[in-house]
Design a binder for this molecule. Sequence first.
Ligand code: NI
Length: 170
Amino acid sequence: MAKLPIVLAPDPVLKLKCEPVVSIDDGVRRLLDDMLETMYDAPGIGLSAPQVAAEQRVIVCDVAREDEVPQPYGMINPEITWRSDENVLAEEGCLSIPDHYAEVSRSREIKVGFLDPDGASQELEASGLLSACIQHEIDHLDGVLFIDYLTPLKRNIILRKMKKLKRLQA
Ligand code: NI
C-alpha cells in the first residue's frame, strides 16, 4: 500500500466526470488499498479517486469512530438506486478543501449499488453519517464538490482562500 498525494481545490481533475471502471484488475484493487491508506492517514472518513488524480468511478469510506472497529468500504462504480424523501442538514468537510466546513442538505437514507474489489455486485442501505459520506464521495465522481451547494458568495470566499493556500504551498 502507498500513500497518495491529495489534490487540492480548485483543480480541473476535481471537476471531471469520471469514467466507470470496465475491468476490475489488480490496478483497481491497488488503487482502493492506496486510497484507504491515504484516507486513514489524512485522516478522513471518505475519499474519491479524482482526489488522488485517478479519473475512475472508485470511492472509499469508513465512518467508524476511533473507539470502534474499522468498517472500510471500497466501492467501484457506485450508484445511488434509492433515496429517502426526507433530507437532513449536516456539516461537511473535504480532504481537497482542508479547514473549511459547511452545512449541506442530503438525503437522509440511500441505497447504493456497487461492485466490490472481487467484482461482485453489492447493495448497501445507508443512513446518518455513512449516507452523507457516500453521497459526498459519489458527487466527486461527477465533478461536484460540497462547496457547489453553497451560495456563490460563500463558495468564492472558500475558493479564494484555497487559491492562496496553494500559492503558499507551491
Ligand atoms: Ni470530498
